[in-house]
Ligand binder design. Sequence first.
Ligand code: T5A
Length: 209
Amino acid sequence: MSGKLIVFEGVEGCGKTTQMQLCCQWLENLGISVIVTREPGGTELGLHLRRLLLEKSEDKPVADVTELLLYAADRAQHVEQKLKPNLALGKYILCDRYTDSTVAYQGYGRGLNMSLIEQLNYIATAGLTSDLTIWLDVDVEMGLSRKRGDAVPLDRIEQETIAFHRRVSHGYSKLAAAHPSRIVRVDGSLSKETVHGVIQDILRDRLQV
Ligand code: T5A
């Protein structure tokens, strides 16, 4: 029996965590066994990498290529230690970010070489792609203002310029256009309950849950 990998993607504050929690409760009520995880930080090693990646340190800047390699290392460990074994057990995995984040943030956001990113994504995942990716599309300013409202200090990447976040957002539009059978756009500016209802419809339609 093999499970399903369902990924949630989007710019900062688009509502992934909120929707994954709602989706997890809904699937569990249907009797489906669910794992909720995230990148970076879905494994013990990944938690160390997450701290290195997201803590802001003015005197120790992270070079763009270093950042790319750390996300790839986090993913390789996550795929091997958590995603593959749980898929083999037939679980539904709800994953906060995956390969599209690297294309959007390090590719479109940082301007790193796309072919290098594709190669690293392939090495890190050994070709494991999502069964479905939900892209929560919200305006960058709206997402950041939600995050500021959470009263938690913005992390290193959230503190990037608006121009950076707009390039990331543009990256998601390009990805969705390039992979229409895998990536489904959902209007993340709607209420939490409305967005959840839309996601339920998509999962029923695409994965027959
Ligand atoms: N990254 C990651 C890369 O650069 N490359 C990579 O390869 C990978 C994997 C991860 C960072 O790493 C970068 C991207 C990120 O910058 P993170 O802590 O996981 O960092 O941060 P995010 O992924 O951005 O997740 P957040 O927790 O910050 O935001 P969410 O999960 O999108 O949003 P959520 O659900 O926490 O909601 C934020 C606020 O908005 C409210 C919520 O209640 C909350 O207050 N909200 C809504 N308000 C109104 N209407 C709605 N529909 C709402 N939905 C949520």
